[in-house]
Design a protein around this ligand. Structure first.
Ligand SMILES: [Zn+2]
Length: 449
């Protein structure tokens, strides 16, 4: 099998990927809290993990990739109260909106999207076990908090300076944490929001617990291959997930932790308070899925990326270039009545895939793609290029663009176009230059020549 390398946040370096089960990969990445429309920054992890999914499949792995929907959360409750709806109505509405965005981006459907509300009994059992093992405690008010103080691994994922955090932490007067970094596993409540009557009391689970429980429940094991999410989730969310996994089963939860860089907006952080938030569905309507994909994938996934009009313009031009080239190839086959079939240029393709397998190095993979594009243009221009040669180039190009996840329109010909084309060829062989020029213009406008 092809060698795959991934940057692992826990080890702090690029490591060769070795799966837990030969030929299979289990992956979980943290999904959205479904209380509003996602913004373009939220699309970056989605696209990066979609690319990883495609690359792993191309390398021959059976991929089990899941991502959650947080459908129990204070923000959802607040919205439900404001709009006089149930939490379920709110979360289902925004889940649907999110799924429309995923399909607009041509994301390979994931194996499963667990929802927190379906895992309450498992969450309660999980918390009870951690309590029994002495890694959590009940506060005087009855909440269950995780105890970070006696966890010697705490901080090992995010590498944050714990002593700084502990001393710099403002302890609220009502806070009954034993240590400032302790976090809630179960919160008692009698507010108007959704709550669950369990042996831990009437309340709701804390956010950090759901992912661990859903990973353990779905994969039926305490350790998976890859856990991912945005950089902003490293601390405290992922650190807390890992801490619970250590407390519960003595594992790291995942063998590889992958984190995706931030998106900036004209150099600033995209945030509601700065008023520079671009919603994903607006961007999708404006540019289309291919352009957003091109924009996000051409920057290394751990580096920050800057969303500007200029960058979107460049991405849009690149995507147009791909589409025009594919159209020309497809139109040629249609007008000359042949099909592209047979092999691909495996040397170029292997090099392309090797780059992607090297911690998703899209920039290098695209240099290989560019070479194929150059060849493609030359081949189309040269009337002596054989159909076999055209076929190899076209199929290689299509395959590469598919692995990157683009979804290009297929050329649809019609009889009228065929007629114009044959008149054009006739005019040319009859040396009727005025007519052949005129027809060539028509065909060029249709993107065929
Ligand atoms: Zn999570």
């Amino acid at each position: 099998m092809r060698k795959i390398k991934l940057y692992d946040t826990y080890e702090g370096k690029v490591r060769e990927f070795t799966p837990l089960v030969e030929g299979e990969v289990s992956i979980y990445y943290c999904g959205p809290t479904v209380y509003n429309y996602v913004h373009v920054g939220n699309l970056r992890p989605v696209l990066v993990f979609d690319l990883l999914n495609r690359v792993l499949r191309e390398c021959g792995y059976k991929v089990h990739m899941i991502s959650n929907y947080t459908d129990i959360d204070d923000k959802i409750i607040k919205k439900a109260l404001e709009e006089n709806k149930t939490e379920k109505e709110i979360s289902e509405f925004y889940t649907k909106a999110y799924e429309d965005v995923l399909s607009g981006l041509n994301i390979i459907p994931l194996e499963y999207h667990p929802k927190v509300s379906d895992y309450i009994p498992q969450i309660v059992d999980f918390i009870s076990t951690i309590l029994d093992k002495g890694h959590a405690y009940k506060t005087p008010s009855g909440d269950v908090n995780f105890s970070t103080e006696d966890d010697e691994n705490y901080g090992s994922l995010s590498k944050v300076d714990l002593s700084k955090l502990r001393t710099g932490y403002r302890i609220e007067t009502k806070d009954d944490k034993k240590s400032p970094l302790d976090f809630a596993l179960w919160k008692l409540t009698d507010d108007k929001g959704i709550k669950f009557d369990t042996k831990l009391g009437l309340g709701r689970p804390g956010w950090h617990t759901e992912c661990v429980v859903m990973i353990n429940s779905y994969f039926k094991k305490p350790l998976i291959d890859i856990h991912g999410g945005g950089f902003d989730l490293k601390f405290p969310h992922h650190e807390n997930e890992m801490a619970q996994s250590w407390a519960y089963s003595g594992t790291n939860l995942a063998n590889y932790w992958m984190h995706v860089g931030f998106l900036n907006m004209n150099g600033d952080k995209m945030s509601k308070s700065l008023g520079n938030v671009v919603l994903a569905n607006d961007a999708l309507n404006k540019f289309g899925g291919n352009v957003l994909r091109q924009f996000f994938l051409t920057t290394y996934y751990r580096s920050p990326i800057n969303y500007t009009d200029e960058a979107m313009q460049t991405a849009s031009e690149e995507v147009d270039k791909y589409q025009r080239l594919l159209t020309k190839f497809e139109a040629k086959a249609f007008l000359e009545d042949f099909k592209y079939e047979g092999t691909i240029d495996s040397d170029s393709y292997n090099q392309f895939l090797d780059y992607l397998a090297d911690d998703l190095n899209v920039a290098n993979a695209i240099t290989v793609l560019s070479t194929v594009i150059k060849k493609a243009n030359n081949a189309l221009r040269n009337p002596r290029t054989s159909k076999e040669e055209l076929s190899i180039i076209y199929l290689t190009l299509r395959k590469m663009l598919e692995v990157l996840g683009f979804n290009f329109e297929k050329f649809k010909g019609n009889d009228e176009l065929k007629k114009i084309y044959s008149s054009y060829l006739d005019a040319k062989s009859n040396k009727d230059f005025a007519l052949s020029d005129e027809l060539r213009k028509v065909l060029m406008e249709k993107g065929v020549l």
